[in-house]
Write a protein that binds this ligand. Structure first.
Ligand SMILES: [Zn+2]
Length: 62
């Protein structure tokens, strides 16, 4: 079985680790909606979501 993806509540980054690789928070959620891949942090989506690292993010985290 695949490991359950968790999402950091702080920065919405996906991870399978216990702590967020970006902000080091351990405030994780398994309830999320929507996936966005940020390939360019200068792009409109990244700016709207306030994302400074490329990677996989959730649009909504509960
Ligand atoms: Zn984070």
């Amino acid at each position: 079985m695949a490991k359950k993806n968790k999402v950091c509540r702080n920065c919405k980054r996906f991870t399978i680790e216990k702590a967020c690789p970006i902000c080091k928070s351990n405030n994780m959620s398994v309830t999320w909606k929507g996936i966005v891949f940020i390939l360019n942090t200068e792009g409109e989506v990244a700016r709207k979501l306030n994302i400074n690292e490329e990677g996989k993010y959730a649009l909504y985290v509960e």
